[in-house]
Design a protein around this ligand. Structure first.
Ligand SMILES: *[C@@H]1O[C@H](CO)[C@@H](O)[C@H](O)[C@H]1NC(C)=O
Length: 318
């Protein structure tokens, strides 16, 4: 009987997920780390010597983004729920006057990216920042890859420059599940039902000081190692501070991304932007002044049938 092995790549800030590998109960068939490294590199050269502070100007401009005149300007400062990028925006083509999605089944919710109302009060945000500082955040140029061999670190070639702490908190998972009701799809195609964040998958608190950034990438997507019928579909990026300059979350076109035109959003303190995993190219823009703290987590959907979309690892987009 086939056994399903799950190999989880947890990236320090924007993505945790899974490679799903059907194996014949033979341990040597488990996805080797080199395969994961290749998938995560996504065809880009990963320079093992690269350091964020000595990057050449060309690489730096590809990794540490600032909005420019090509961006569509979106104002989300009202702090109200707001759709930002329609699902499959870049995939929809007109044919004989009829909108097509090119048969792409992945457009399963009306929005690929949207902004939420406040999910946390200012006091709750401050408490999270204090909590993360007490636990200590870890600065590093790596993403975690986990599997049956244990945990490895994949070098990012200076694509991720920030500090992160993973926190497991089942009370907070329940709180977020509840506060997101009405702001996320209740159900997806195939009848999968909203399940909220997963306490065991955890919450990633990240801190960006001036000069720090997260290069363009597609989040991985998958089950978090739990079950094929309990799969992450969206990533929530919740802003815990607002006294910084730069550091918007950039949603970008190209490489099959659902996004047609670049947009940079800066949710208000306590508010979040949410995007679909796997198909939305995005980036944490460079912080210029002040300190940006975010808390990031995944939204799970449940059904009686295995997840119909392919699971994937994080893939760099620059
Ligand atoms: C503007 O930003 C986008 C996204 O980062 C980038 O691809 C593009 O080259 C930039 N354009 C200019 C004129 O700098």
């Amino acid at each position: 009987m086939a056994v399903v092995a799950l190999v989880v790549v947890v990236i320090s800030v924007i993505a945790a997920h899974i490679i799903q590998n059907k194996i014949s109960s033979n341990p040597k068939d488990v996805v080797p780390i080199a395969v994961i490294e290749r998938e995560v590199a996504n065809g880009w050269h990963i320079d093992l010597e690269a350091k964020p502070n000595t990057l050449n100007a060309i690489d730096r401009s590809r990794y540490a983004l600032q909005p420019n005149s090509s961006y569509r300007v979106v104002d989300i400062s009202s702090g109200e729920w707001q759709g930002i990028i329609p699902g499959g925006e870049a995939w929809i083509e007109e044919e004989n006057g009829i909108a097509q999605t090119g048969g792409i089944e992945e457009v399963r919710s009306p929005w690929a990216v949207w902004a939420t109302k406040p999910l946390l009060s200012r006091d709750e945000c401050n408490e999270w920042v204090r909590h993360a500082e007490m636990l200590e955040l870890e600065t590093g140029d790596f993403v975690f890859a986990g599997g049956e061999w244990g945990t490895s670190r994949l070098h990012t070639g200076a694509r991720r420059h920030s500090a992160t702490r993973k926190v497991e908190d089942s009370d907070f998972a329940a709180l977020m599940k509840q506060r997101l009701i009405g702001q996320v799809p209740e159900a997806l195609v195939g009848g999968r039902k909203y399940g909220g964040p997963d306490a065991a998958a955890g919450f990633l608190v990240s801190k960006y000081v001036p000069g720090q950034y997260f290069a363009p990438h597609f989040d991985g997507r998958g089950s978090g190692g739990y079950s094929e019928t309990h799969t992450a579909e969206f990533t929530v990026v919740l802003y815990l501070t607002d006294d910084f300059v730069g550091g918007a979350t950039h949603y970008l076109p190209g490489q099959g991304s659902e996004v047609a035109q670049a947009v940079a959003v800066r949710p208000n303190l306590g508010c979040a932007s949410i995007h679909r995993q796997g198909t939305v190219l995005h980036s944490g823009g460079e912080v210029l002044h002040g300190i940006k703290y975010i808390i990031q987590f995944f939204l799970y959907y449940e059904s009686g049938v295995p997840e119909p979309r392919e699971m994937a690892n994080l893939r760099w987009g620059a």
